[in-house]
Ligand binder design. Structure first.
Ligand SMILES: *[C@@H]1O[C@H](CO)[C@@H](O)[C@H](O)[C@H]1NC(C)=O
Ligand SMILES: *[C@@H]1O[C@H](CO)[C@@H](O)[C@H](O)[C@H]1NC(C)=O
Ligand SMILES: *[C@@H]1O[C@H](CO)[C@@H](O)[C@H](O)[C@H]1NC(C)=O
Ligand SMILES: *[C@@H]1O[C@H](CO)[C@@H](O)[C@H](O)[C@H]1NC(C)=O
Ligand SMILES: *[C@@H]1O[C@H](CO)[C@@H](O)[C@H](O)[C@H]1NC(C)=O
Length: 414
């Protein structure tokens, strides 16, 4: 080789080292995470003296762990207990470390992590990518490495990283940088990013989901859920409209995150709760409750511990259901999943979702939505937990979906 050729070769090797795209393969979140997160209901409830029944403290986190353990939620798959903003002192200590609020977390975070781990569950925490968190507590800018290592030492299994107060360029660099420190820390941590939400809705740009999915295990796409049916409807409508953009980036280890479930907050009727959980299950979305666990109704508890429903939510293929608008108010969501008959025929779930306040009747020919087992399918009603009937690919079902409700069927190939 001439020296020019040698030089070119070295330049190629050098470029390859840096252009070689490294995927986030930390082996985590192979199924969409399930659990509980404080923000939706508790927000920044730090005034514990005046409002002891709504207080973000150690007792609350331990009580969620106890409820998950003793009331069947853990068996249904609920696993992560995550504290959001407002957990720390207002200042770092003299060594530049974050310090948990001394009154509300007197034994520190490692104690809580150990308590949760002992019961076979996992612990999640929160920080923001800027100097301050969204609520004005110290954020991680300038401390990515020591903070990542400290969360690992505390026994954190999941880190939500918010994106308040910084510009788009910083977001695009910092989420990657912080992710590298989390990856290098001595404990595996699910990396939950708010990055694309801030890019799209705060900075009015298109997120690059290829990049986001290379660096994060899950990410927020849309606004925080408020405690209302209108908020739930807006979220469902957003994922319907954004399906084509979002679904290619979604799957094991990398999930679009529509934010928390609001069951147990009194904001939804039973049928509206059924709609929120069903659509999230169909999307293969993370299922994170945010409520006082004692306020879940019997109906809500039955939904959340319905193992047929949770099997759809946690299906290993992790497909995001495809939406079809059947009428102005009814969307059919279709999700292929396991078990398969042989190699060729998936089971498929159909969710007929009615967001309108009137009952609506539709004709549905399941064979038109990608089913192909010529032996037909047997239909199970997921809420009644019964097998309804068998159908061939030619048949049409006429179904009335009640107002603000959902019909959810799984079709198993015969
Ligand atoms: C998104 O990022 C990837 C690399 O992560 C890059 O290849 C691609 O060109 C980017 N897309 C756009 C639209 O900028
Ligand atoms: C049936 O459809 C599935 C999904 O569309 C496809 O993967 C499979 O190959 C099809 N099977 C046959 C026998 O066409
Ligand atoms: C559906 O088909 C299966 C297999 O052929 C059969 O065993 C079952 O009895 C059928 N169910 C109904 C409700 O017809
Ligand atoms: C279904 O329709 C096809 C033609 O579209 C027909 O050949 C077949 O006999 C029909 N099967 C049933 C069970 O009606
Ligand atoms: C379903 O409704 C359509 C009209 O929308 C009708 O033609 C068909 O006969 C109905 N099928 C059954 C099984 O009731």
């Amino acid at each position: 080789m001439t020296s020019t050729q040698t030089l070119i070769l070295w330049v190629l090797i050098f470029c390859n080292l840096f252009l070689n795209v490294k995927l986030l393969e930390n082996g985590l979140a192979r199924k969409p995470p399930m659990g509980w997160m404080s923000w939706g209901y508790y927000q920044c409830s730090v005034d514990c003296e005046n409002n002891p029944s709504k207080c973000l403290n150690e007792k609350l986190l331990l009580s969620v762990a106890d409820k998950f353990y003793s009331e069947g939620y853990m068996e249904a798959g609920f696993e992560y207990i995550i504290i959001d903003d407002c957990w720390s002192e207002k200042r770092r200590n003299q060594f530049g470390r974050l310090v948990p609020d001394k009154k509300r977390f007197p034994r520190g975070m490692k104690y809580i992590a150990d308590y949760i781990h002992k019961r076979g569950m996992k612990f999640g925490m929160y920080t923001n990518i800027a100097k301050k968190t969204c609520m004005g507590y110290p954020g991680s800018r300038g401390y990515f490495k020591p903070d990542a290592n400290m969360f690992a030492r505390w026994g954190v299994d999941y880190l939500k990283v918010d994106g308040c107060f910084v510009d788009e360029n910083f977001l695009n660099v910092a989420y990657i940088k912080l992710g590298e420190h989390i990856d290098a820390a001595e404990r595996p941590m699910v990396y939950s990013c708010s990055w694309p939400y801030y890019i799209e809705f705060i900075h009015n740009k298109k997120p690059n989901y290829t990049t986001v999915a290379q660096h994060c295990n899950m990410w927020r796409n849309y606004h925080d859920v408020a405690l209302s049916w209108d908020a739930v409807k807006a979220i469902i409508t957003h994922y319907k409209d954004a399906y084509t953009e979002l679904s290619p980036h979604h799957g094991p280890g990398k999930w679009n995150d529509p934010d928390m479930l609001i069951l147990g907050t009194g904001a939804l009727t039973d049928s509206q709760s059924r709609v929120q959980v069903s659509v999230y299950a169909m999307l293969s979305a993370p299922l994170l409750l945010s409520c006082d666990m004692d306020q879940l109704t019997a109906n809500e508890r039955e939904l959340l511990t319905n193992l047929d429903l949770m099997a759809i939510a946690q299906d290993p293929l992790g497909v995001m259901a495809r939406p079809y608008e059947l009428t102005n108010s009814i969307t059919l969501w279709v999700k292929p999943h396991l078990p398969k008959k042989g190699d060729a025929y998936n089971s498929v779930s159909f969710a007929l979702v009615n967001l309108a306040p009137e009952d609506t009747t539709v004709s549905l020919a399941p064979g038109r939505y990608g089913l192909n087992s010529t032996d037909g399918y047997t239909i199970m009603d997921i809420f009644a937990r019964t097998f309804l009937r068998n159908i061939t690919l030619n048949e049409t079902l006429n179904l009335t979906v009640p107002a603000e409700d959902v019909i959810l069927y799984t079709l198993y190939p015969l």
